[in-house]
Write a protein that binds this ligand. Structure first.
Ligand SMILES: NC(=O)c1ccc[n+]([C@@H]2O[C@H](COP(=O)([O-])OP(=O)(O)OC[C@H]3O[C@@H](n4cnc5c(N)ncnc54)[C@H](O)[C@@H]3O)[C@@H](O)[C@H]2O)c1
Length: 276
């Protein structure tokens, strides 16, 4: 039986395929690891899926980082494959999918997670380079990867695609113009996928993380109007910051059979920020 499962990558998208039924590790092994690492949502997700028994191909433009993720999975007694490459490039995306299919014999799950932050610039201060960089990685890359993976998910009789969007996909007060536009775009992709492929057994969902303790870089432009306005809004309402593992748990849930009737949903994982 082919079952949608989870799979992430290091911070980026992961592709996974579940070999057999798996059981939750009762030892709390995963939990302990969480406290030893400082990592991104992708790494936490790759660890989570591997701990759950899924076969994971982790992808990141940072080759050392993705290899460290795989080592962490191996130390925990699991196994995974690492792939280094820029997911904004079609040839990389094609190679990623080819590698996963060759290794696993098919695909059940795709996690689109890789992303970068903008400079918190307001629209009038956003130059072409900032716009292109953020849109290419945060919106075009998941489009490319999903397009490449879809035929294999369909061949498997269906599957789950999960995206890491952002609170900035729900509101205007969480980032600069480029990131906000890209994350709203991701949510549009999710909803359109959910509608257009549901009869073929594909589910597409997203998490919308609030501020999360990861290595993501925010190089706020010194001249930017954005941080002065947005920073105040964020500070006023977020409460505490989440761990990458709290985000990974939500991605794993959306990718699992426990979410079998959830499609086109955007799940805020933000401690209630979006409810304020
Ligand atoms: N950290 C937060 O507060 C937060 C909040 C909301 C949403 N998010 C989203 O969560 C996702 C994960 O971010 P994170 O916080 O774990 O940050 P992170 O920087 O720890 O991880 C992001 C990873 O993406 C990789 N990456 C960047 N460009 C890439 C490319 N072109 N190809 C392949 N890999 C690439 C980076 O090397 C990095 O390892 C992102 O999509 C981000 O927008 C993060």
């Amino acid at each position: 039986m082919r079952r949608p499962t989870a799979a992430p990558s290091t911070r980026s998208p992961p592709l996974t395929r579940r070999p057999h039924e798996h059981h939750h590790d009762p030892s709390g092994r995963t939990q302990r690891r969480h406290h030893r690492r400082r990592s991104g949502i992708g790494r936490a997700t790759a660890l989570k899926f591997a701990a759950d028994g899924d076969r994971v191909l982790a992808v990141d433009v940072n080759r050392d980082g993705v290899e460290a993720t795989v080592r962490a999975i191996e130390e925990a007694g699991g196994s995974a494959l690492a792939f280094g490459g820029d997911l904004g490039e079609q040839r990389v995306v094609d190679a990623v999918v080819e590698r996963a299919v060759a290794a696993f014999g098919g695909l059940d799950v795709l996690v689109n997670n890789a992303g970068v932050m903008d400079r918190m610039s307001a629209l009038g201060e956003t130059d072409d380079a900032e716009w292109d960089r953020v849109l290419r990685i945060n919106l075009t890359a998941p489009f490319l990867l999903t397009r490449a993976a879809l035929p294999h998910l369909l061949a498997a009789g269906g599957g789950a695609i999960v995206f890491t969007a952002s609170e900035a996909g729900l509101r205007g007060g969480a980032a600069g113009a480029a990131y906000t536009a890209a994350e709203h775009g991701v949510i549009g992709l999710v909803k359109n996928l959910a509608v257009t492929y549901r009869d073929q057994g594909i589910r597409a969902n997203a998490i919308a993380p609030g501020p999360t303790a990861t290595g993501i870089r925010v190089d706020a432009a010194p001249e930017a109007h954005g941080p002065a306005v947005i920073g105040r809004l964020i500070g006023a309402v977020t409460g505490r910051i989440s761990s990458p593992e709290e985000q990974a748990a939500a991605l794993a849930f959306l990718a699992s059979d426990a979410a079998s009737f959830i499609n086109g949903a955007v799940l805020p994982v933000d401690g209630g920020w979006s409810a304020v």
